[in-house]
Design a protein around this ligand. Structure first.
Ligand SMILES: *Cc1c(COP(=O)(O)O)cnc(C)c1O
Length: 354
């Protein structure tokens, strides 16, 4: 089976982790500092704050911006559940704006209609590694005095006109094994705002300013030295892996005729966390047939967030027709950097036969 994702762990990663184990410094320390510095440089921001996961990065970013009870955060319904759940965990309410069918990202035209006097932030998700229309989102945010928190958990290194995602608003990244780079579990917040960075560091570590001196509430959302050591090695390889993802995607797009392939706007760099197409026939049948032939296709995501049982129980009853339709048509094909030429050709031939 050609897997949909494959974490690439080499000798360098193993050596780096063993070195940390032998050093005796296992919890957050100098490796985390170094990883934060390098990741900030990748995104072109002043600060990066490492966390235990993408989800805790999102929660910490929201809390650092003082989002909580009574606030509304406008976000996309077509994504992994973590973004909306993070909003719920702060006590605030996620408000869903439907997506644009070309990009699968939140539709800027629909954001403004959802702004109320309770709206505090916009939380766009760069789905599949494709940047949201940040110029328009930042413009809306500025006009209404809203905070922007970017869920860039799938979009390490993606950019618009050379400006990296995670540098428009406050960025949140994930290093889960299936992501474009991994630390096993792990996350990162990126920001140019000194005060947000400071508050995020406190929230991540029990609100502690000096040992056993606590200035605010906080949690333990820290990253370990083992994770940071892994991340430092992976970060070195990210540029090459991204180049390969883009090359694989271009190869598929040139050859696939019977599906709707991803669209990329001028000046936008898509980093293809997923290569997602739309099929016009029975998707379950397509998935079944591809699996039989050894192509590990997957659906991200089969049920929009507002339609999840838990969200229905909470009373979310919006009709978001684009998300609802698209969630029934999308299919992601393997695009990861470890694909061989033979595997790419097999994906093309099996999809063409659907
Ligand atoms: C992976 C992911 C998250 C959560 O990251 P974890 O590290 O798994 O907690 C959040 N949002 C999106 C869009 C993701 O893909």
């Amino acid at each position: 089976m050609i897997p949909i994702a494959k974490p690439l762990i080499g000798e360098e990663e193993k050596r780096a982790v063993v070195e940390v184990l032998e050093s005796g410094q296992l919890a957050q320390g100098p490796k985390v500092d170094e990883f934060e510095e390098r990741f900030a440089a990748l995104c072109g921001v002043n600060h990066a704050i490492a966390t235990s996961s993408g989800t805790t990065a999102l929660m910490t970013a929201l809390l650092a911006h003082r989002i909580g009870l009574g606030d509304e955060v406008i976000t996309t319904p077509f994504t992994f559940i973590a973004a909306a759940n993070s909003v719920l965990f702060t006590g605030a309410k996620p408000v869903f704006a439907d997506i644009d069918e070309d990009s699968y990202n939140i539709d800027p035209d629909l954001i403004e209609k959802k702004v109320t006097k309770h709206t505090k932030a916009i939380l766009p998700v760069h789905l599949y590694g494709y940047p949201c229309d940040m110029d328009r989102i930042m413009d809306i945010a500025q006009r209404h005095g809203l905070i922007v928190i970017e869920d860039a958990c799938q979009a390490h290194g993606a950019s618009i006109q050379g400006k990296r995602v995670g540098s428009f608003g406050t960025g949140c990244f994930s290093f889960y094994p299936s992501k474009n780079m991994t630390t096993a579990e792990g996350g990162m917040i990126t920001t140019n705002d000194d005060e947000i960075a400071e508050r995020a560091r406190l929230i991540r570590n029990h609100g502690q300013t000096q040992l056993y001196h606590h200035e605010s509430t906080g949690y333990n959302f820290r990253m370990t030295e083992l994770q940071a050591a892994l991340g430092l090695v992976q970060l070195e390889k990210l540029t090459e892996w991204t180049r390969k993802r883009i090359e694989n995607a271009a190869y598929l797009t040139e050859r696939l005729r019977n599906v709707v392939t991803p669209r990329v706007r001028e000046g936008f760099v898509h980093v293809y966390h997923q290569y997602t197409v739309r099929v016009k026939w029975d998707r379950d049948q397509a998935l079944h047939q591809l699996a039989e032939e050894g192509v590990g296709a997957r659906v991200y995501y089969p049920l929009p967030v507002h339609r999840q049982p838990f969200y229905r129980q909470l009373g979310f009853s919006d009709s978001l027709p684009v998300s609802e339709r698209i969630s029934e048509e999308v299919l992601s094909l393997p695009v990861h950097p470890a694909l061989t030429q033979g595997e790419l050709d097999k994906i093309v031939s099996e999809v063409s036969r659907l």
